[in-house]
Design a protein around this ligand. Structure first.
Ligand SMILES: Cc1cc2nc3c(=O)[nH]c(=O)nc-3n(C[C@H](O)[C@H](O)[C@H](O)COP(=O)(O)OP(=O)(O)OC[C@H]3O[C@@H](n4cnc5c(N)ncnc54)[C@H](O)[C@@H]3O)c2cc1C
Length: 490
C-alpha cells in the first residue's frame, strides 16, 4: 500500500503527495497527533482544535468515497511500524516540513526508519519554499514558476474503492467521536478550521473586504475586517499559497491591479520568503540570526516579563493587544511587532519568551515566519531597519478614540477621552474617585525608549555584528525583496 502522511497540509485539493499516491494501489491516509508536539510550549489547545476541525471536514468529504484519514495518537515511527507489520508499504508520501527542531528530529527518525525498512519516502516541495538552498540568487524566479504551475488536484477515480484493513497496537487510533469533541468550538471569536471556511474567508475578502485592505493593515479593529484573515488556513494547509495566489491573479485580471491587491500579492510572496529563512537556518529558534549579537548579555526583568504575559503592563494599548490575541488567536501585523518590541526593548523581557507565548496565542503559528519576524523585530539580524515602538504613540495613532482599548481592557471603560491612553496622568484624587483597578505602567516609556535606541545603534556598529551582515545578506535576502521589506518595514 501507499501511505500519505498529512502534516500541515490539511486539504484534499492541490496536494502533490496525495495526487501522486493515487495510482491504483491501496492507499492509507494518515494523520498523527504527536504527544511531544502537544507538550511543546509553542502549541496550545487552540491549534489542535483547528486541526481537528480540518480533519473532521476532510473525513466528511472522503466518506462517500469509502475512505477516511486515520487519526492516530502516538509517535509517527510507531504508527508506521504497526502498518508495516500488517501490510507491505510500497512508499510513504508527504510534504516537506519547515518546522521546529522537534519536528526536524522526528523527520530524521522517520527517514532512518524508512531507510532501515527499504521504504522510499517521497517528500514534495511545500509552497514556494525550496529545500537545500544556501543563497537567494534566483529564488524569486523559482517562486513564480512554482506558483504558476497547475494545481496538483488528485484524480479521485484512482482512489481504490476500499481503505486497507488495519489495527493499531503501538499507538492509539481515535474514533470520530473523540475528534468531534476536540473540534468543538469554544468561542465565536476564534476562526474555525477547514477548507470550506478557508474558501468563505477568501470569497468575502475578494468580494468586498479587500477594498480597504492597505488602509487597515495597521489598525487594530479595521484589520480584523479588511485584512484577508487567511493566515491560519495557510499555516495549517487548508489552502495552499498557490491556490490563493492563482485566485489573486484571477481577481487582478478581472478587476485590475488595485493598490490593495498589489499589497496582498507582496505579502503572499513574503509568506514563503520568511519560511525560506527558517528552512536555511533553523538555529534561529534558539540563537540570533546574526551571531555577532551572541556576545551581548541583556539584563532580564522577570516581573515586567510576567506582567506582559498576563496583559497587565499598565500600558493600555499593549494590554489591549495582548488580551485580544489571547482571547481570539488573531492580531494584526503592527500589533504583533509592537508586542515583541515592547517586551524586548522597553520591558527587559527575553525574545525567546515572546516567541513561545505568541506562538501559543497565534492561531496561525507558522514557525518559519514567526521566528524570522521575531528576530527582525528584536533587531537580531543586523540587516533590517529597526523600529522601536512607542506603545503610547501607537495607540494614539491607530486607536485614537480608544475603542479597541476599552473593548479589551474593561477596567479602563470608565475613562472618557484621550486619557485612556495614559491613565497614569490622572491625579490621585481622580484615580481614587474612579476606583481604577489598573496597574501603573511598569516602565517609563520615554526613558526606556531612549535607552533602547542608544543600545541598539551602539550594537549595530559592533565589528562582529558588521562582519556577519554580509553572510546574512547572501544567505537570506533577495535583493528586490530586501529593498521592499526595508522600505515598508513590513
Ligand atoms: C512577531 C511576529 C510574528 C508573526 N508570526 C506569524 C506566524 O506565526 N504566522 C503567520 O502566518 N504570520 C505571522 N506574522 C506575520 C503577519 O503578522 C501575519 O501573517 C498577518 O497578520 C496575518 O493576517 P492576515 O492573514 O489577515 O494577513 P494579510 O495582511 O491579509 O496577508 C496575507 C498573507 O500574507 C502573509 N503575510 C502577511 N504579512 C506577512 C509578513 N509580515 N511576513 C510574512 N508573511 C506575511 C500571511 O500568510 C498572510 O496570511 C508575524 C508577524 C510578526 C511581527
Amino acid at each position: 500500500m501507499q501511505v500519505v502522511w498529512f502534516k500541515r497540509d490539511l486539504r484534499l485539493e492541490d496536494h502533490a503527495p496525495l495526487r501522486t499516491a493515487l495510482n491504483g494501489a491501496p492507499v492509507l491516509l494518515l494523520y498523527v497527533f504527536e504527544p511531544e508536539l502537544w507538550r511543546d510550549s509553542h502549541y496550545s489547545e487552540r491549534h489542535w482544535r483547528f486541526v481537528a476541525q480540518s480533519l473532521l471536514e476532510m473525513n466528511e468529504r472522503l466518506e462517500p468515497l469509502g475512505h477516511r484519514v486515520r487519526i492516530i495518537e502516538g509517535s509517527v515511527v510507531d504508527a508506521l511500524s504497526d502498518i508495516a507489520e500488517q501490510n507491505t508499504i510500497r512508499a510513504l508520501y508527504s510534504y516537506e516540513e519547515t518546522g521546529l527542531r522537534q519536528t526536524y528530529d522526528r523527520d530524521l527518525a522517520v527517514a532512518r526508519w524508512c531507510q532501515e525498512k527499504g521504504i522510499p519516502w517521497h517528500e514534495f516541495q511545500s509552497n514556494g519554499v525550496q529545500r537545500g538552498r544556501t543563497h537567494r540568487r534566483g529564488w524569486g524566479k523559482a517562486w513564480h514558476q512554482f506558483m504558476a504551475r497547475a494545481t496538483d488536484n488528485p484524480v479521485w477515480a484512482a482512489l481504490p474503492s476500499a481503505e486497507p484493513k488495519l489495527t493499531f497496537e503501538r499507538v492509539e487510533e481515535w474514533g470520530a467521536e473523540r475528534l468531534r469533541r476536540l473540534a468543538e468550538p469554544v468561542s465565536v471569536l476564534e476562526q474555525m478550521g477547514g477548507v470550506a471556511q478557508a474558501k468563505a474567508v477568501l470569497d468575502s475578502f475578494f468580494g468586498g473586504r479587500v477594498h480597504n485592505y492597505h488602509r487597515s493593515l495597521s489598525k487594530p479593529t479595521l484589520s480584523r475586517k479588511h485584512c484577508s484573515r487567511i493566515s491560519p488556513y495557510l499555516a495549517w494547509g487548508n489552502v495552499s499559497v498557490r491556490q490563493v495566489y492563482q485566485r489573486l491573479l484571477q481577481e487582478q485580471t478581472q478587476h485590475g491591479k488595485s493598490r490593495a491587491l498589489s499589497a496582498f500579492n507582496s505579502r503572499l510572496h513574503w509568506h514563503c520568503h520568511f519560511i525560506q529563512k527558517f528552512e536555511a537556518e533553523d538555529r534561529i529558534e534558539f540563537e540570533p540570526m546574526n551571531s555577532g549579537y551572541e556576545q551581548f548579555d541583556d539584563p532580564w526583568d522577570e516581573l515586567n516579563e510576567q506582567a506582559w504575559i498576563e496583559g497587565r503592563t499598565g500600558l493600555p494599548y499593549v494590554d489591549a493587544c495582548l488580551r485580544c490575541v489571547q482571547q481570539t488567536g488573531y492580531l494584526h501585523f503592527r500589533g504583533r511587532a509592537m508586542l515583541v518590541s515592547v517586551l524586548c526593548h522597553l520591558l527587559g523581557g527575553r525574545w525567546q519568551v515572546a516567541a513561545r507565548h505568541l506562538a501559543q496565542w497565534f492561531l496561525d503559528f507558522e514557525p518559519g515566519i514567526h521566528y524570522a519576524q521575531i528576530q527582525m523585530q528584536v533587531g537580531l539580524t543586523g540587516i533590517n531597519t529597526l523600529r522601536i515602538y512607542n506603545p503610547v504613540k501607537q495607540g494614539q495613532d491607530h486607536d485614537p478614540d480608544g475603542v479597541f482599548i476599552r473593548k479589551w481592557v474593561p477596567e479602563l471603560r470608565c475613562l472618557q477621552g484621550a486619557i485612556v491612553h495614559t491613565p497614569w496622568l490622572l491625579g490621585p484624587i481622580e484615580r481614587a474617585s474612579l476606583e481604577l483597578d489598573y496597574p501603573e505602567p511598569c516602565v517609563d516609556v520615554e526613558e526606556a525608549h531612549r535607552a533602547a535606541r542608544q543600545t541598539f545603534w551602539a550594537r549595530r556598529q559592533n565589528p562582529l555584528v558588521l562582519q556577519e551582515v554580509k553572510r546574512v545578506l547572501y544567505r537570506h535576502v533577495e535583493q528586490d525583496a530586501f529593498r521592499t521589506v526595508s522600505r515598508s518595514r513590513r
